[in-house]
Every structure is written in structure tokens, then in C-alpha cells.
Design a binder for this molecule. Structure first.
Ligand code: C5P
Length: 260
């Protein structure tokens, strides 16, 4: 049997600088409790357990001493036995936070996995699939799942609140071609740098439409490869997501790394 190619020297940039307003805790989402820890700590422990990273660079809300302290403690806990854990101040947008993270990478990094702290329970197996696809030669790799719901497009409506008119369907999208995209998204470092350099030429409206890093790589015309994601990689956004994540930790599934 042929051996799989060896992995690239990899950093994980964890974007954790969001406000988490939709979660409604009045604190940054990364600091919100999940089980006995915070959302951020679950994300960090998952990354370290996967053993893909030489460096983990965390983009935090600027000036958040509590989260900075948490990362310091985690760094001390790992001591010499794990990746280098560093922190940077995040920016106004997710892309700004990613840029701050990649600007702070150590010498010798060949590949970067960009990961949302909000996907705190992403299984190790997904990190492995992404890292292995990069090792096999892909410049950009995203984990994704098929879409289970029927998806329709609607005509834009006028008005707001109670005055909002019912929307009218304009079409049904072929579901077989759709994927729900997650993180960690993996890139060769040079590809990610080029994509983010090009992104700085976008106008405000175009920038606002960029919701992940792969989109920027697509704009370069570079192929983006897809590997299997996981339902465990859900993005904790609303209170219901938090209840679901708590259920994954404590419920009948029991163990954390159930789904590969
Ligand atoms: O806002 P959204 O849920 O899309 O954020 C996805 C991830 O990006 C979260 O982990 C959030 O903390 C991070 N983020 C960031 N800096 C921002 C906005 C979002 O690091 N300015």
C-alpha cells in the first residue's frame, strides 16, 4: 500500500473576534460557556487534539483581557508538548481578523487552516481530511456537507416588520449541486496571502459579500477542493445552536468526537 504524502508545516488561524450579538450573551461569543469551558477553549482543544498544527494563532476581540488570559493559560498548560499558541487583535470584519492572524505566523509555515472558533466541536477527522488534501497537492480545501432542505429563491419584498409582504418564489435550486460549507478551510500559505492581498482591492459592497476565505481564492481562479465536513462542526450562532452543542457534549451521543 502506498504511503500518504507527509503533511505540510501548518498553522491554524482561529478567528474568535466576533461580537456574538446573535447569541445574546452580552459578551464575545468565544467567551460564552459551553459545558464546563468556553466556546474558544473547546475549539482550541479540538485543534490541538488533531495534531495538525505547528502554530495556533488566535484572533481575539481587541483589548479583551479575559480571552487573552485564557489563551495564556492554555499556552502554559501545553508547555513544550504542543503547538505554539499566539494571539493577535482581530479586526472589524472576519477577513480583517484572518489577515491579522496570517500576518503573525512564524517562519517556515507552509499551509494555513482558517477555523471559526464558533465551530467549537469540529471533529479531529475533519482537520485531518483538510490537511491530507493539502498534502496531496491541493492549494485550497474546504469541508462541506450536502444540503438536505429544498432551496428556493424569492423576489425581494418591500416594507419591513409587520408590513413585510409575503415573499414570492422565483425558482427552485438544484439541490444536488449545493454544499453547506464549514471550517477549517485549508490553504497553501502563498495562495491565502495572494487571495487576501487581492481582497483589499474590493469595494465595501464586495467586501461585505465575502463570507469565507475560499471565496477569495475562487476569485483568483484557483480550484477549491471539497472534502467531507461534519454535522458536529455546526457554527454556534443562535441560542438554539448552543443548546444543540451542549447536547452533543452531554447527551446520548456522550463522547465528543463521535462523528468523523
Ligand atoms: O459572524 P460570523 O458568525 O460569520 O463569524 C464567524 C467567525 O468569525 C466567528 O468565530 C467569529 O468570532 C469570527 N469573527 C472574527 N472577527 C470579526 C467577525 C467574526 O474573528 N470581526
Amino acid at each position: 500500500m502506498s504511503e500518504s504524502p507527509s503533511r505540510l508545516v501548518t498553522a491554524v488561524v482561529v478567528v474568535a473576534a466576533g461580537s456574538g450579538q446573535r447569541l445574546g450573551y452580552g459578551m464575545p461569543k468565544a467567551a460564552v460557556p459551553l459545558g464546563s469551558e468556553t466556546i474558544l477553549m473547546h475549539a482550541l482543544r479540538g485543534i490541538v487534539a488533531s495534531e495538525v498544527a505547528t502554530q495556533v494563532c488566535v484572533a481575539l476581540p481587541a483589548g479583551d483581557e479575559g480571552l487573552r488570559q485564557l489563551c495564556e493559560e492554555f499556552r502554559a498548560e501545553l508547555a513544550d508538548g504542543g503547538p505554539l499558541v499566539t494571539v493577535v487583535d482581530g479586526g472589524d470584519t472576519r477577513a480583517d481578523s484572518v489577515r491579522a492572524g496570517i500576518a503573525a505566523l512564524m517562519e517556515g509555515i507552509e499551509a494555513v487552516l482558517v477555523h471559526d472558533a464558533a465551530r467549537a466541536l469540529a471533529p479531529e477527522a475533519v482537520f485531518h481530511r483538510v490537511a491530507d488534501a493539502l498534502a496531496s497537492g491541493a492549494a485550497a480545501v474546504i469541508p462541506a456537507l450536502p444540503v438536505v432542505d429544498t432551496i428556493k429563491t424569492v423576489a425581494a419584498t418591500t416594507g419591513s416588520g409587520a408590513a413585510l409582504a409575503p415573499e414570492v418564489v422565483t425558482g427552485t435550486v438544484a439541490r444536488g449541486e449545493l454544499r453547506m460549507v464549514q471550517t477549517p478551510q485549508g490553504f497553501r500559505l502563498d495562495t491565502l496571502l495572494e487571495a487576501h492581498r487581492a481582497a483589499q482591492d474590493l469595494d465595501r459592497q464586495q467586501s461585505a459579500a465575502v463570507t469565507d476565505d475560499a471565496m477569495l481564492v475562487e476569485m483568483l481562479g484557483t480550484p477549491v477542493h471539497v472534502v467531507r465536513g461534519s454535522t458536529q462542526s455546526l457554527k454556534i450562532t443562535t441560542p438554539l445552536d448552543l443548546i444543540f452543542a451542549e447536547g452533543l457534549l452531554e447527551g446520548p451521543l456522550g463522547a465528543r468526537w463521535v462523528e468523523g
